[in-house]
Design a binder for this molecule. Structure first.
Ligand code: URA
Length: 480
């Protein structure tokens, strides 16, 4: 049998790939009979053969992998993704669960690389004001590793909706004019504006948040590779900051010697970060070693879920059952939460569940241990761990369940009734809703029913925001 050549756009051509897959599946053409080529401008009207083939029903997890995989810079990406689709649709529906399968491993690694690249882009794009503009316009130059320009757009629109901005990259450019998004050709570094007053603001900000006791140039370079430094106005400060770090640490130690003894737990916590945890396991080891801030808890209860989950749910603290079992959300509030997640179409196993405070705090009343709310100081004590968890998981969406989680994520005590809905927690898209235990505490059945329905609405929005098709639960490949 001859080889069928499919020509796709040299970029993240999800649309082209989707059409190709439909046609290939309709024709029952196995991967070994296909050859994939990339062109900068494939035929204006596309390949006629690829029209009108019926959609293919793919599991959500596979569609999601494809969405990410097509953004990868490897020229083999489409061939590999088609092999995956072929196997999934030919009897291996649960293929993704076999992590040891070489193809699954390869595609998964590609998807992770793309995710990482997206997070770097979210963190390191810096806008500069364009000179000589009547209206305020901003532009940024950025060099991604993969074809992530389109995939990054929702984040930047969400974050800078009211600004007129352009992001220029060697793989293309995109502009948001406060209403519409448009894509343009590749750019060169010199097309973006350089030094100006906006940069002073960034530098000042960076110097003020830079904690000299944490200077670890190796870790710093790993997190913010040199490659990215040149795009950052604050990078001009980095060598100076490193040089003066030991001086500044001494000054800080002197200053801390006069601080009240109450701060000791926090200092102890910082001291444990001599080696910044690079994985969730390392982070959990630090938490376990630190022990409870308030005595009594059986064990630390760590976050639970996939290492790179799309959604992180942040609760308050473990309860009695969680403390005994060593897992989050397994007691009465957890059971209610499970039910609501199921009804909203969210698979708990695909999400990452954690708490603002990692140990159970309680009052002993006879044989019973009654939950005691953590103080703002206790929440602050645990905060660096939560932030590190988010940094390691790098979710698409962070959900605050109740006031304690919100305090941990924002540093502010805001009533949930006033802040409920979409939010931004630092670099993360966020959502604020009630804690499931609030529903358990409501006095009468009618109020409970109403509050549960509102909670379900929130979870459905969370599900949509995290990227699934609201009707089918599937992602674009299966949809028209
Ligand atoms: N409530 C929380 O906030 N977290 C748990 O893990 C259990 C109950």
């Amino acid at each position: 049998m001859s080889l069928h050549r499919i020509i796709l756009k040299n970029g993240a051509d999800l649309d082209g790939f989707r059409r190709a897959v439909r046609w290939l599946m309709a024709e029952e053409l196995a991967p070994q009979h296909t050859a994939w080529s990339l062109e900068d401008a494939p035929g204006l009207f596309g390949d006629d053969r690829l029209r009108d083939a019926p959609p293919v029903p793919l599991p959500r997890s596979v569609a999601r992998l494809i969405e990410l995989g097509v953004c990868h810079s490897s020229p083999e990406r489409y061939a590999l993704l088609y092999q995956l689709v072929w196997r999934v649709l030919n009897g291996e529906r649960d293929l993704l669960e076999i992590a040891s399968d070489p193809l699954v491993h390869r595609v998964d690694t590609m998807a992770r690389g793309v995710r990482r690249d997206l997070h770097k882009m979210y963190a390191f794009v810096r806008f500069r004001r364009m000179k000589g503009e009547h209206l305020e316009r901003f532009a940024a130059w950025y060099e991604p590793e993969h074809f992530i320009l389109e995939a990054s757009a929702p984040f930047f629109i969400d974050r800078f909706r009211s600004l007129d901005w352009t992001i220029l990259t060697p793989i293309g450019s995109m502009r948001w004019d406060r209403r519409e998004l448009s894509f343009g050709p590749a750019a060169r570094r010199g097309d973006a504006p350089d030094e100006d007053s906006v940069e002073e603001g960034w530098r000042g900000y960076y110097e003020s948040v830079f904690n000299p006791a944490r200077v670890n140039p190796t870790a710093m370079r790993a997190e913010m590779p040199k490659k990215y430094w040149r795009n950052l106005p604050e990078a001009a400060s980095i060598p100076g900051l490193i040089q003066t770090a030991s001086q500044r640490v001494e000054a800080m130690i002197e200053q801390e010697a006069t601080m009240p003894a109450k701060r000791t737990p926090e200092r102890a916590l910082e001291a444990m970060w001599d080696q910044e945890p690079r994985t969730l396991q390392e982070l959990n080891a630090v938490i376990a070693k630190a022990g409870p801030l308030v005595p009594g808890a059986t064990q630390a209860v760590f976050g639970e879920g996939p290492e790179h989950a799309d959604i992180v749910f942040v609760g308050e603290q473990p309860g009695d059952q969680e403390d005994l079992q060593g897992r989050p959300f397994v007691g009465p509030a957890g059971k209610l939460f499970d039910r609501a997640l199921r009804e909203a179409g969210i698979d708990r196993r695909q999400a990452y569940l954690t708490n603002a405070v990692k140990h159970f705090k309680f009052e002993q009343r006879g044989h019973r241990r009654i939950h005691a709310k953590p103080t703002a100081g206790e929440v602050k004590h645990y905060r660096p761990w939560l932030m590190k968890e988010l940094e390691l998981v790098r979710p698409r969406l962070v959900v605050a369940l109740g006031g304690t989680a919100l305090l941990a994520l924002t540093g502010k005590s805001t009533p949930i009734s006033r802040s409920r809905g979409r939010a931004q927690f630092g670099p993360y898209r966020g959502y604020i809703t009630v804690h499931p235990s609030y529903l358990l505490r409501l006095p009468d059945e009618a109020t409970k029913r109403e509050a549960y329905a509102a909670f379900l609405d929130d979870l459905r929005r969370i599900h949509d925001l995290a990227g699934a098709d609201p009707e089918t639960g599937e992602l674009p490949l299966a949809a028209e």
